[in-house]
Design a protein around this ligand. Structure first.
Ligand code: BTN
Length: 263
């Protein structure tokens, strides 16, 4: 793969529609940070600012996990978004961000990406990226973190526990991260602007396009419970619905979901 193109604020802004450029206050780019999410959480004045880093020394994943963040041309992106008040459907925000990222990848030229509830970005059963939302103070502010493998090298990354993939490997070319980040902002900003008027009925139709788990046999870890069933889409609160062999159906608001191999 050819050399990594450095992150560049002007190149990101050039790709962005003028009305969306006007929304962003600042794009901060660091060679190295502990975590772009942590940094933005510590900047109370950073509403509508983006933070990017070439590497993270303490990248954070969901459920307290580490997000491996080497300096290899990956995307470590955070945006601090400030709603006027805490939105009624806050629990669905992560799903909405996931759809925005999936659509941005489509605009970039990828086909076949899927979302694994609640908001992992998958490609052919392997993790391409992840999303971490952290509420800030005051509570109507949120830091939206997105990690995407766009330059990860397989032989050097033996310590990632789950199956992963990389966009440059999939597309067989170097990734123009500035263009991809602009594509993410192009989807994400309107989605966040519209989020206070969120409508679950409309959103479910968008979600269905990207739902990787639907109709798959899944293994659910919810607290101490381990259950096996079949995923069957979102309920009205954005929870994952699972149907069980005894005919019952349950919804999970937060759970570890793995796809069970059906033999
Ligand atoms: C997951 O566990 O799937 C979520 C991963 C989120 C990683 C991104 S990288 C940019 C931002 N900064 C962090 O420390 N984490 C998020």
């Amino acid at each position: 793969m050819s050399a990594v193109i450095p992150l560049n604020q002007d190149q990101i802004l050039t790709e962005l529609a003028p009305e969306l450029q006007a929304v962003l206050q600042q794009i901060y780019i660091f060679p190295s940070l502990d975590s772009t999410n942590t940094w933005l959480l510590e900047q109370p004045q950073a509403c509508f600012c983006v933070c990017l880093a070439e590497e993270q020394t303490a990248g954070r994943g969901r459920r307290g996990r580490v997000w491996q963040s080497p300096n290899m041309g990956n995307i470590y992106f955070s945006l601090r978004w400030c709603f006027q008040q805490v939105p009624a459907n806050y629990a669905c925000l992560g799903l909405v961000v996931g759809v925005a990222v999936a659509e941005a990848l489509a605009a970039y030229g990828l086909q076949g990406q899927m979302l694994k509830w609640p908001n992992d970005i998958y490609y052919q059963g392997q993790k391409l990226g992840g999303i971490l939302l952290q509420t800030a103070q005051p509570l109507q502010q949120v830091v939206i973190g997105i990690g995407l493998n766009t330059g990860m090298q397989r032989d050097t990354m033996t310590h990632i526990e789950q199956a992963w993939c990389d966009l440059s490997e999939i597309l067989q070319e170097s990734i123009d991260r500035n263009r991809l980040i602009a594509a993410i902002l192009q989807q994400l900003i309107p989605a966040l602007q519209a989020f206070p008027q969120f409508n679950m009925h409309t959103f479910k139709q968008q979600w269905q396009r990207w739902d990787w788990l639907v109709d798959q046999a899944v293994r659910i870890e919810a607290g101490q419970e381990i259950l096996q069933g079949k995923a069957c889409g979102l309920d009205e609160q954005g929870q994952l619905q699972v149907a069980f062999a005894d005919g019952s159906c349950r919804a999970f608001s937060s759970a570890e979901v793995s796809v069970r191999q059906v033999s």
